[in-house]
Design a protein around this ligand. Structure first.
Ligand SMILES: Nc1ncnc2c1ncn2[C@@H]1O[C@H](COP(=O)(O)OP(=O)(O)OP(=O)(O)O)[C@@H](O)[C@H]1O
Ligand SMILES: [Mg+2]
Length: 223
């Protein structure tokens, strides 16, 4: 379980996140929505333990982010907002490269299966020849190599066509349910959020997203 209590993030004197609290369980897909600059990426970076909170506590399965960071990081898969893959290398070479950095060992067949499961079948293709959507799929595949139990995705479906988005959605649902993962992801696509998420966290004071999602019958929390 993920538990966030009284989280704050200030950059210099600018307050980005104020007194934010929520909890979420493995097996859930939780959407994170809010307008540009609301602090979604900031929150995901803190949950990914790549950035520190100014105040507050976070626990994941009883590990404390203040004390057990290296342990927590082993169980987190993070896809940042910007694509971070090696352009000159093939899909295969990228997967092998990141597998070497990972604490869990995977065979080439296992790595290829992760890609195929989300219909990324250009194994021998240099990344620079792939479409933006395919590169996003690769980014997502890389984040899954070490079989994380907490998956944090920052706009993973931007620039991806509807069919691929549906495939990724179905894949994420299987990962949550069968793989017992907690998935937290941001998107500006409200249809996708409505379809895919069990619950939605709305960041920011503006009630626009809250009203929209509530009307659609979603369980919404303002954080
Ligand atoms: N390293 C930083 N130093 C100072 N301010 C920052 C830093 N990173 C982000 N910010 C500010 O924090 C605020 C929240 O940014 P963040 O990227 O988390 O928003 P977001 O909700 O992800 O927006 P978007 O929908 O555009 O991705 C913005 O005002 C941004 O300018
Ligand atoms: Mg962002």
């Amino acid at each position: 379980m993920l538990k966030v209590e009284g989280l704050q993030k200030h950059y210099h004197h600018k307050k980005i996140l104020e007194n934010l609290s929520f909890s979420a369980q493995q097996g859930e897909i939780v959407g994170l929505v809010g307008e540009n600059g609301a602090g979604k990426s900031t929150l995901l970076n803190i949950l990914a333990a790549t950035s520190k909170a100014t105040a507050g506590s976070i626990y994941f399965n009883d590990w404390d982010y203040k004390k057990d960071k290296s342990q927590i990081r082993k169980h987190i898969g993070f896809v940042p907002q910007d694509i971070a893959v090696w352009n000159q290398l093939t899909v295969e070479e990228n997967m092998v490269f990141f597998e070497k950095l990972s604490w869990q060992k995977k065979s080439k067949a296992q790595l290829e299966k992760i890609c195929l499961d989300m219909r990324l079948d250009r194994w021998k293709e240099p990344v620079k020849n792939l479409s933006g959507g395919m590169q996003r799929k690769l980014n997502l595949a890389i984040s899954l190599i070490h079989d994380p139990s907490l998956l944090l995705l920052d706009e993973p479906t931007v620039g991806i066509d509807l069919k691929s988005r549906k495939e990724i959605g179905a894949y994420l649902r299987r990962q949550a349910t069968e793989g017992n993962k907690l998935i937290i992801y941001t998107s500006h696509d409200m249809d996708e959020i409505k379809e895919l998420c069990d619950r939605v966290l709305v960041i920011g004071e503006d009630s626009f997203y809250y009203d929209l999602l509530k009307e659609a019958g979603k369980e919404v929390m303002v954080v």
